[in-house]
Design a protein around this ligand. Structure first.
Ligand code: SF4
Length: 413
């Protein structure tokens, strides 16, 4: 029986699995031993991959629909030429931006690079990552806080942290291998804290659960920041050396008081004080969030508020610490690192010469080949295509000018 090592793509952990293949069918799946992410472990979703009776073919040929409606198998060369000709034909007929691409977090980095390169730099049109639809908020928070988009952690940090704070994350169910790292943490003082309106499976297994009210998380983090500052539970030398505009931030959070906490967050002043003490007593505090924040109310600000807590207490840049956004798909970060996110190049500004030079170097092309301007994000791409479709069909149904949600800003922001 042949063993093919590959990955489970059901979640962001990207566990490595040994697929046992017989007569082109997967008959058994076992988690790969010795692989650094899952080392012989996986969850039931990965173990069930053999239940799909998947047929494995090393290189299926592409198929092209013929004039009579039938599909015909062709060589890869013919398949590539056909797609290239069609794309060029569309651009010649309807304009350069009539063709656009959206990539997915299931691709490998090399596939991202090639796809983005062809769309951006050869077809000179728009491409965006599907990060836009799940955690673009974390992307923007990273960019605004650090200047580039990337969470700086490894799974090992879960084993080294003595105060692990999950916000809007349920790793027991959604990222089980990550939760296993929490269980591997041998620190006798280790505390797991969950901030989540729901009593999730992770909350049930935590040492502390703070059932913040829906939409109350941002105010909770500002209130926490205010309490930490008032009590002197901050790392002044870290703030001085590595941050900007702390005095403005300090002034801003003054209005978020314990007295008003219950009304704004659903948590009592005493609970928030307890949380502040836990953060203060922790020597290696780590914050972990996922879609409960990224797809939540005022998500960019909330992610930034979490990052600010890590920065102001010096819980960043050391093993077992960090403000750590957990991605939803196995290679969402690959898309962002290479730069299939429409408005960035290599996780940073489009105009940043260092990032442009690096992208050109990685691709092995001259910098003049690179796209010059930020591209359209997915939502605008879809809106534009709907407008075009509406125009083409002569529909008189008005398409709204904005398809986005509106947000109610906090007073004074
Ligand atoms: S933890 Fe995620 S990647 Fe690993 S087996 Fe389960 S679903 Fe698949």
């Amino acid at each position: 029986m042949k063993i093919v090592q590959s990955t489970c793509n059901y979640c962001a952990l990207d566990c490595n699995m040994d697929f046992y293949v017989e007569n082109d069918r997967i008959v058994k799946v076992l988690p790969t031993k010795g692989y650094p992410v899952n080392d012989g472990f996986c969850c039931i979703k990965g173990l069930s991959l053999d239940k799909q009776q998947t047929v494995v073919k090393s290189s299926p040929l592409p198929k092209i629909r013929q004039a009579d409606g039938q599909m015909k198998e062709v060589s890869w060369e013919e398949g590539f030429s056909h797609v290239a000709d069609k794309l060029k034909e569309l651009q010649a007929k309807y304009g350069q931006e009539s063709v656009a691409g959206i990539s997915t977090g299931q691709l490998t980095v090399e596939e991202f690079a090639l796809f983005g390169h062809v769309m951006r730099n050869y077809l000179k049109t728009n491409v965006d990552g599907n990060t836009r639809l799940c955690m673009a908020t974390a992307v923007v928070a990273h960019k605004q806080s650090y200047g580039f988009d990337a969470p700086g952690y490894t799974l090992k940090d879960l084993e080294l942290s003595d105060t692990i704070i999950f916000v809007g994350a349920n790793p027991v169910v959604a990222h089980p291998i990550l939760w296993k790292r929490v269980k591997m943490n041998q620190d006798p003082d280790r505390k797991v804290i969950v901030i989540d309106p729901r009593k999730s499976e992770t909350a049930m297994n935590a040492d502390y659960w703070y059932p913040v009210r829906g939409k109350g998380d941002l105010v909770l983090f500002y209130t926490l920041a205010n309490v930490l500052i008032e009590k002197g539970y901050i790392d002044s030398s870290y703030i001085e050396a590595h941050t900007e505009k702390f005095e403005e931030f300090k002034e801003f959070v003054k209005k978020f008081t314990l007295e008003e906490a219950l009304e704004n967050t659903g948590l009592s002043g005493g609970q928030i004080l307890e949380l502040a003490e836990l953060i203060h007593r922790g020597k290696r505090v780590s914050f972990w969030w996922t879609m409960g924040v990224n797809q939540g109310y005022e998500a960019v600000r909330t992610a930034q508020a979490i990052i600010n807590l890590a920065l102001m207490t010096g819980n960043i840049g050391r093993p077992g610490t960090g403000a750590n956004s957990i991605t939803g798909q196995c290679n969402a970060m690959g898309s962002r690192a290479y730069s299939n996110t429409a408005v960035f190049y290599g996780g940073g500004d489009f105009t940043n010469p260092a990032r442009r030079a690096r992208i050109a170097e990685v691709l092995g092309v001259d910098e003049s080949r690179l796209a010059e301007n930020p591209l359209l994000p997915t939502i605008r791409l879809l809106r534009e295509s709907t407008r075009a479709e509406s125009r083409a069909s002569g529909s008189s149904v008005p398409i709204p000018a904005t398809a986005g949600l509106t947000t109610r800003h906090l007073p004074g922001r």
